[in-house]
Design a protein around this ligand. Structure first.
Ligand SMILES: NC(=O)c1ccc[n+]([C@@H]2O[C@H](COP(=O)([O-])OP(=O)(O)OC[C@H]3O[C@@H](n4cnc5c(N)ncnc54)[C@H](OP(=O)(O)O)[C@@H]3O)[C@@H](O)[C@H]2O)c1
Length: 323
């Protein structure tokens, strides 16, 4: 099998594509012949050694794959050889073949393209946990998505709309924001134009129920000030590079809560919860409420270019590696 390996920490161009021996299969694992691999912002951080998960080199990045099961361990009952699946891992997905515990492997949503499914679990799973499980978003609530122009953000727009919310999508690029409108956002705001709280006031919004935050920094602090009574802010990421220090008095005054989400770890601690979520997401996909947006597909050996495209913020939608 072939894989893309980081032999030291650094930028994506340190990645090496090479042949290596297949992994042994454990009794409760499946071997997957990989077809598609989702490229995520976390892959850039993990290669640099700046992610929560810090594997020691050499290692392969990659949180999610799709493919066909080619072998099953002796205790595997849920799957058979030939099944089309997606799988989630802490790292190690940039490979033509992976061995994954059966509990972190899930059937492909019905009707989804096998290659494109490689980019589905992380962004949709994260957005679902943030909006439905953590924020418990209700119909007609006002939901701000900070970082709406990214992978998780675009998935979040679709899910929030599917649950009947009024969605305000915030990003830093007008071209990408116009895609957010096509995804169903009711309003878009560019956080580079002005203080977000003032931008909200300009469109007649003084308070919001829910904030899903992928960006952090000053915009995040602005939005805490805009939370309604019983408001919720869900912390998903810090793409701005700045971790906001949320003032506790703001939460107290609004009876509000700020809650963190670490979906990758949740997927390992509560795989049964992820399975339930993916089933709901599969149904939403079948009902045409979700329309995963693929930006570009690269060959696995071109992983450094794929990651560069993501770090240059050129992409609208998901980047996929194919085997
Ligand atoms: N907590 C979890 O379990 C979990 C799970 C998945 C992802 N995440 C995190 O969520 C964040 C978003 O992930 P993603 O897959 O949606 O990433 P992505 O597709 O690369 O999108 C990045 C988003 O952040 C915005 N952004 C603002 N400042 C940025 C900067 N300096 N560099 C890059 N982007 C910037 C971008 O908007 P503009 O370009 O329009 O400004 C875009 O909306 C990441 O931090 C990721 O690690 C967390």
């Amino acid at each position: 099998m072939f894989n893309v390996i980081a032999k030291k920490y650094g930028d994506p161009d340190i990645l090496i594509y090479e042949k290596s021996a297949s992994h042994k299969i454990a009794s409760d694992s499946v071997r997957i012949n990989v077809k598609g691999i989702g490229v995520n912002f976390a892959d850039i951080l993990i290669i640099k050694g700046k992610y929560q998960e810090r594997p020691r080199p050499p290692f392969s990045p990659g949180l999610e794959v799709s493919g066909i099961i080619s072998e099953i361990g002796s205790n595997v009952k849920k799957f058979k050889i030939g099944d089309s699946v997606v799988a989630i891992m802490k790292y190690g997905g940039y490979k033509t073949e992976v061995v994954v515990p059966q509990e972190n492997t899930y059937f492909l949503p019905q009707g989804m393209d096998l290659l494109e499914a490689g980019g589905f679990p992380v962004i949709y799973g994260t957005a679902f946990s943030a909006i439905v499980t953590k924020a418990r978003l209700k119909k007609n609530e006002k939901c701000v998505i900070l970082g709406a122009t990214g992978g998780v953000g675009m998935a979040a727009i679709e899910i929030a709309k599917a649950y009947g919310a009024n969605v305000i999508a915030c990003g830093g690029d007008d071209r990408k924001l116009s895609e957010c409108l096509k995804k169903g956002a009711d309003t878009v705001l560019n956080y580079n134009n002005n203080i977000l709280r003032q931008e909200l006031k300009k469109i007649g919004v003084s308070e919001v129920d829910v904030v899903i935050d992928m960006v952090g920094g000053q915009s995040s602090l602005d939005l805490v000030k805009s939370l309604k009574w019983d408001g919720r802010i869900i912390i998903v990421g810090f793409t701005s590079g700045k971790i906001p220090e949320i003032p506790a008095n703001r939460l107290l005054l609004k009876n509000a809560r700020a809650e963190g989400l670490y979906w990758g770890e949740l997927a390992y601690r509560k795989p049964e919860e992820i399975e339930k979520d993916l089933k709901v997401l599969g149904q939403l996909f079948k009902d045409n409420k979700l329309n995963p947006c693929i930006n570009k597909i690269f060959d696995l050996q071109d992983a450094p270019q794929a990651l560069k495209e993501l770090s240059d913020r050129k992409n609208i939608g998901k980047i996929i590696l194919k085997c």
